[in-house]
Design a binder for this molecule. Structure first.
Ligand code: C5P
Length: 241
C-alpha cells in the first residue's frame, strides 16, 4: 500500500482543551494524517466553531466528531441534525441502546454525515463489562452491537482491535475503526485492550485512532509519519496472507 493510502487510515485524536492548541496541532499534522478527531474536551470547551475553523483552514482533511451520543432517539436525531452542517464527516454514537436509536441517527444524518457506532470502550476490560451488569463476553457484546450498527445503516463501527476480526465477520463492508493503539514501547495510559498499529491492521482494522502517542511525541508529525509507514507495511503483509 502506498503512503498516501496509509495516511488516509490514520486518525489523530486532537485531545486538547482549546481552539489555539487545536489549530496549531491541525497545522502541524494536516499533511501527515488522514483525519482529525475532535472529542468531548475540545467540543464542550469551544463548540462547533472548532470544526468550522479547522474545515476552513484544511478543506481536504477529514473531521471526525467523537461525541459518543447516548440519549433517547429523538434527542440523538436532533443532535445529529445540528452537527450535519458543522463540516464534520463522521460522528460517533453509542451502539448500546439498540438499533432504533442508531437508525434515528442514520436517518437524521441524511448521508451528509457518517454515523459510527461505538461498541465497547477500549478502556473497559472484561471485568468492567461484568461490573456494568453484562453477562456476555466483551467479544459477544461487541459483535451484537456491530450487527445492530450494520442493520441501522451506520457507516462504521468503533471497537478495540482485539474484536475487529469478529466485527469484520458479522458486519462486513463497514469502516472498522480502532482506538487503543500503542506503537511498540509507548505508554498504555488508561487504555486496557491495546495493540500496535501493525497488529491492528493485521487484525483487519481499516482505520486507527491514535492520540497521546502522536500528540505527546516530541515531534508529532514525525511520530505520525512513522506510524503511516508501519500501516503501509502491515497492509502489504495483510494483503499477502
Ligand atoms: O490517547 P489515545 O491514543 O488513548 O486516544 C484514544 C482516543 O480514542 C481518545 O480520544 C478516546 O476518547 C477515543 N476512544 C477510545 N475508545 C473508544 C472510542 C474512542 O479510546 N472505544
Amino acid at each position: 500500500m502506498d503512503l498516501e493510502a496509509a495516511r488516509e487510515r490514520l486518525i489523530v485524536a486532537l485531545d486538547v482543551p482549546d481552539l489555539p492548541r487545536a489549530l496549531s496541532a491541525a497545522e502541524s499534522l494536516a499533511d501527515h494524517v488522514g483525519m482529525l478527531k475532535i472529542g468531548l474536551e475540545l467540543f464542550v470547551g469551544e463548540g462547533p466553531k472548532v470544526v468550522r475553523e479547522i474545515r476552513e483552514r484544511h478543506p481536504t482533511l477529514g473531521i471526525f466528531l467523537d461525541l459518543k451520543l447516548h440519549d433517547i432517539p429523538n434527542t440523538m436525531a436532533g443532535a445529529i441534525r445540528s452537527a450535519r452542517s458543522s463540516g464534520a464527516n463522521l460522528i460517533t454514537v453509542h451502539a448500546g441502546s439498540g438499533v432504533d436509536h442508531l437508525r434515528a441517527c442514520v436517518d437524521a444524518a441524511e448521508d451528509a454525515l457518517g454515523i459510527l457506532a461505538v461498541t465497547v470502550l477500549t478502556s473497559q476490560d472484561a471485568n468492567a463489562c461484568k461490573e456494568a451488569g453484562h453477562s456476555r463476553s466483551t467479544e459477544e457484546l461487541v459483535a451484537m452491537r456491530a450487527i445492530c450498527a450494520r442493520e441501522a445503516g451506520c457507516r462504521g463501527v468503533v471497537s478495540s482491535a482485539h474484536e475487529v476480526s469478529k466485527v469484520a465477520s458479522v458486519a462486513p463492508g463497514l469502516m472498522l475503526i480502532t482506538p487503543g493503539i500503542r506503537p511498540a514501547g509507548s505508554a498504555t495510559g488508561d487504555q486496557k485492550r491495546v495493540m500496535t498499529p501493525a497488529e491492528a491492521i493485521a487484525a483487519g482494522s481499516t482505520h486507527l485512532v491514535i492520540g497521546r502517542p502522536i500528540m505527546k511525541a516530541p515531534d508529532p508529525a514525525a511520530a505520525a509519519d512513522a506510524i503511516v509507514r508501519e500501516i503501509a507495511e502491515a497492509q502489504v503483509n495483510h494483503d499477502r496472507s
